[in-house]
Ligand binder design. Structure first.
Ligand code: PAF
Length: 283
């Protein structure tokens, strides 16, 4: 695996591959890699000639500075995992390399519309602008044919879909299934920060989403959401939201619709905020 820290060096190397007609697949990450990330690399491996992964903990997408400071950094382990999964290129830029204009400079504004006003958008002001800025920069650096992202961050995937439209970047977005621990907890870098007691409770978020999914056509939505929130609270979670939305546009629903729906939740165990979602397929 080659490691580049500068955009110019990365692009020189990729230019040769592109000229040779090779298909470039890209997996952007913030490191602290787990099996969920590795499954993205494997999927990228299966459709791309060259697999590029980036590790960059992006300061502009953290609305909570403490969350940024405490974000786990495990570069040595990440490099071993990426090598083992057959990654060709790791892009590991510095903050200066990605933000030569300064992190606090005025960045481009992306009109994500309604998508930025609900759920994560409502609870994490400016988060998706930060995601937009960095993913746009990374896509300009790598110019991949294919881009791989995890369904665990459902709303982020929709934001990136919109970003590709807004910027007319022709990369194809592949949304890959969420990987779960044995007890159902969605894999996430933040899980590393759960203490043993919190880790024991954590899987309740997926159990509650499964409860919502199983009862979506039998219990009225207001009751269903209230029961779900209670389940999480009883387990020890502090709930930000538990919602059922239209899977295509994230319009929040008060009753079932004929198309695909998605149940989404965000809740905190102490300081650690977890999110998860489950698709509710059409009947
Ligand atoms: O999902 C993530 O890890 C990040 O939000 C991303 C897409 C790498 C942008 O920093």
């Amino acid at each position: 695996m080659y490691l580049f820290k500068e955009i110019a060096r990365l692009q020189e190397a990729l230019e040769q591959e592109k000229t040779a007609g090779r298909r470039i697949g890209f997996v952007p990450t913030m490191g602290a890699l787990h099996e969920g990330h590795i499954s993205l690399i494997r999927t990228a491996r299966s459709v791309s000639d060259i697999v590029v992964c980036s590790i960059f903990v992006n300061p502009t997408q953290f609305n909570d500075p403490k969350d940024f400071e405490l974000y786990p950094v495990t570069i040595k382990e990440d490099i071993l995992k990426l090598t083992g999964a057959g990654t060709d290129i790791l892009f590991l830029p510095s903050v200066n390399e990605m933000y030569p204009e300064g992190v606090n400079a005025k960045h481009r504004y992306y009109d994500f519309g309604y998508l930025e006003t609900v759920l994560e958008g409502a609870y994490r002001p400016n988060h998706f602008q930060g995601v937009g800025v960095i993913v746009h920069k990374l896509l300009e650096a790598v110019q991949p044919d294919d881009l791989f992202m995890g369904q665990k961050d459902y709303q982020q995937c929709m934001i990136i879909k919109r970003l590709l439209e807004l910027t007319a970047i022709p990369s194809k977005l592949h949304i890959c299934p969420t990987l779960r621990e044995e007890d159902g907890l969605a894999m996430s870098s933040r899980n590393m920060r759960l203490d043993p007691r919190a880790r024991q409770i954590a899987a309740q978020i997926s159990q509650t989403l499964r409860y919502v999914k199983q009862n979506v056509r039998s219990i009225p939505f207001p009751d269903l959401k209230q029961n779900a929130a209670k389940q999480l609270q009883n387990a020890g979670y502090q709930v930000d939201y538990i919602e059922i939305a239209n899977a295509d546009d994230l319009a929040l629903l008060n009753e079932p619709v004929a198309g695909e729906m998605v149940a989404l939740a965000a809740a905190k165990l102490g300081e650690i905020r977890l999110i998860d979602n489950m698709i509710i397929a059409k009947p």
